[in-house]
Design a protein around this ligand. Structure first.
Ligand SMILES: [Fe+2]
Ligand SMILES: [Fe+2]
Length: 314
C-alpha cells in the first residue's frame, strides 16, 4: 500500500495578470522556475506515458499501487502547470511554440526509446529532485515569499509532492528491470537530452518574452558564464563594459554550504545503489502537509499564512 495522496487543488491562474517575472527581487530564479513549469508539462507527460506502459508488466501489488499513485500525482502536476502556462501564453501567445517544442522533445523519446531507458531517465531525474527542492524549500522565505503568491503556491505544492513521491520512480524502474547499473550508465545521454531541452526553452524565453518582462537572458539560469560575468561585474567593475547594474544570482543569500551539500547529494543520487527513501527532507514539507490537512487555502500560501499569523497576533 502506498502512502501517496493525490491532492487536487484549484490554483489561481484565471487572471490575465500572472507575471512571467513572478519574483521581481530574483529574476534568474523566476526564469528558472518558469522553466520548471514547462518541464512539468513536457516531462510529466513523458512520465505518464511510460508508467502507463509499465503498469501491466508490474506483478508486485505494492509496486503497482505505488506506480498508480505516482502516475496520478504527476498527471495532476502537469494539469496545474498547464494552467500556469496558459496564463502566460494569453499574454505571450508565441510562447506556445516553445512549450510545444519541449513537449515534442519528450514525445520523440516516448516514440523511439525503450521502456527500460525511459524509466531509467525518469528515475535519474526524479532522484535529483529531493536534494534540489530541499535547497529551495529550506530557503523558501528568500526564494518564494517575495514573489507572486499564485505562482509561488503552485511550486510549493509541486515540490513537497515531489519530495513525497521521491522513491516512486525507482520503485517502478526496479519493478521492470533488475539492471542496477544501467541507470547510471545512461546518465550521459540523459544529460545531453536535458541540454537540448534547456536550450529549446531558454531560447524560447528570449524569443517570446520581451526583455523588459524577464530582465535577464532566458538562458542565464543554466549557463555558468552568467555567474562568472556577474562576479566580475561585482568584484572588478572596471573590467565590465556593461552599464546595467548586476542582477542578483539565483541563490544570492542562500548559504554556500547548503548549495554545496545539495550539489553533493545530486551527484550521489546518480550512483547505482542510491536510495531516495533515506534522504534528508525539508522541514517545510511537513509544515505544508499539516496546513493542507487543516484545509488551509493552499493556492494562496503566503496570504493565508499572513492572515493566520496576523489573527494570532491580534
Ligand atoms: Fe511532478
Ligand atoms: Fe515527480
Amino acid at each position: 500500500v502506498t502512502d501517496l495522496q493525490v491532492r487536487r487543488i484549484e490554483f489561481d491562474f484565471g487572471g490575465d495578470d500572472v507575471p512571467f517575472e513572478w519574483n521581481t527581487s530574483n529574476p534568474v530564479f523566476s526564469v528558472e522556475l518558469n522553466f520548471i513549469s514547462v518541464m512539468a508539462v513536457a516531462f510529466e507527460k513523458f512520465i505518464v506515458a511510460a508508467v502507463r506502459e509499465a503498469l501491466p508488466k508490474i506483478t508486485d501489488p505494492e509496486a503497482k499501487a505505488e506506480a498508480n499513485a505516482f502516475l496520478q500525482q504527476e498527471a495532476v502536476h502537469a494539469g496545474a502547470h498547464r494552467k500556469h502556462l496558459a496564463a502566460l501564453t494569453r499574454r505571450y501567445p508565441g510562447f506556445q511554440r516553445t512549450i510545444d517544442e519541449a513537449v515534442g522533445l519528450y514525445d520523440e523519446l516516448t516514440r523511439t526509446a525503450s521502456l527500460e531507458y525511459r524509466l531509467a531517465y525518469i528515475a535519474d531525474l526524479e532522484a535529483t529532485f529531493t536534494p534540489i527542492f530541499k535547497l529551495w524549500l529550506d530557503n523558501e522565505e528568500r526564494l518564494f515569499r517575495p514573489g507572486d503568491d499564485r505562482v509561488a503556491s503552485v511550486f510549493l505544492w509541486h515540490f513537497v509532492e515531489e519530495v513525497e513521491h521521491r522513491s516512486s520512480a525507482l520503485i517502478v524502474y526496479n519493478a521492470i528491470t533488475d539492471r542496477v547499473y544501467y541507470r547510471t550508465r545512461i546518465l550521459p545521454s540523459v544529460v545531453l537530452h536535458l541540454r537540448q531541452v534547456l536550450r529549446a526553452i531558454g531560447n524560447g524565453f528570449n524569443e517570446h518574452i520581451p526583455v523588459q518582462d524577464r530582465t535577464v537572458d532566458g538562458r542565464d539560469f543554466y549557463r555558468p558564464s552568467f555567474n562568472i560575468r556577474n562576479n566580475i561585474r561585482k568584484r572588478l567593475p572596471f573590467l565590465s563594459r556593461s552599464t546595467q547594474p548586476p542582477v542578483p544570482a539565483a541563490y544570492a543569500g542562500v548559504p554556500r554550504i547548503e548549495i554545496w551539500r545539495s550539489f553533493g547529494r545530486i551527484l550521489a543520487s546518480q550512483t547505482p545503489h542510491h536510495n531516495p527513501t533515506h534522504q534528508p527532507l525539508p522541514d517545510f514539507a511537513d509544515k505544508w502537509f499539516g496546513k493542507f490537512d487543516e484545509g488551509a487555502d493552499i493556492a494562496h500560501w503566503y496570504s493565508t499564512e499572513l492572515a493566520s499569523s496576523s489573527s494570532r497576533a491580534s
